[in-house]
Write a protein that binds this ligand. Sequence first.
Ligand code: AMP
Length: 328
Amino acid sequence: MRLLSKNKEDMPIKKDVWDIIEKWDRIIIHRHVRPDPDAIGSQCGLKELIKATYPEKEVYATGANVDDLAYLDEMDEVSEDLYEQALVIVTDTANIKRIDGDYYKLAKQWIKIDHHPLDDSYGEVEWVNTEVSSCSEMIADLWLSFPEKIKMTAKAARLLYAGIVGDTNRFLYDATSPYTMQIAAELMTYPFSHTEVNNQMNVIKPHTSKLMGHALDKFELSDDGVGHIMLTQDILKSLGMDDKDTHAIVPLLGKIEGVCVWAVFVQQSDGAYRCRLRSKGPVINTVAQNHGGGGHPLASGAHAKDEKELEQILLELKQQVENYSKES
Ligand code: AMP
């Protein structure tokens, strides 16, 4: 099969990344707070590739463990003193404030590997490609760029496959390219059960199904296609949930007919709101950036201090939809 890499221009930076990895005996890999399957998949997938290729190296994946993603991998305990003689790699994390863990600052050299728009520069080497579906796709592409050097394993293939499936919402989103599909196909040739991974990713907890019912019932949709739902602390408490359980409703609401752009506002314990913004066309990361956030053009996150700011975000989203309709 002819591989359709669209990342040929990244070859020099990929070579730099692997050359640096080769030089260090100890490598500590971080990813963003509140990880999703792509954060864990890219972080732990890269760890597995390095370990399989260089069994003598010490390689760690660090950050908080998340029960719901424990089926992917567990984090390592990494003490502060290990950092001074370590290379730090951060995957899937656009800005420094979203890196999970603090000790990364103690390392002498950092590498950033990410697919988000370049919000915040960090690391001596930054490999950022916003064209790809996921950070896991970048790690798999690194392997396919140097297949004679880098060793793939079933465990790494499972992690990277899960990351790609997670960030593309099962190959649904626009950033899914023919090359994404080829990479997924290559990974599937390794002996892991993609059905098991897909089933794990499809599971919802009973209380999440209640939240889904509430969200579908209370979702408000304006005539111009901007939808939103507000999840207050009272609602979350009454359903026995917290913020981290709310991710499952985000893609669900986008399925409703007529929705063009949508927002899920989740009240935090301090009364402020975490805002998850999604779009089927209009660029919305500019709105996120206006409110202390960022992310991808069609999937971003922001913060709002109060309901007045939520109204402002909705106004800005409506403006984006209007501009988009004029352009197209
Ligand atoms: P989420 O709604 O948390 O799944 O986030 C969607 C996308 O927006 C992810 O790719 C995040 O990296 C990005 N994102 C979410 N919150 C923030 C934030 N506060 N700052 C920058 N990017 C964010």
